[in-house]
Design a protein around this ligand. Sequence first.
Ligand SMILES: [Zn+2]
Length: 48
Amino acid sequence: MSERRSFGPREMHKAVCADCGKECDVPFVPKEGRPVYCRDCYTKHRKY
Ligand SMILES: [Zn+2]
């Protein structure tokens, strides 16, 4: 049985942005020791 949800709620995890310190939700499990960035900071850091 396979259940397909095109727009089901994605599992979000609470995390604190390593850059601005803002609380944010990420669609993956934040790994310990790995910095998590909010959307803004993520795009910012991706450029480098
Ligand atoms: Zn941030």
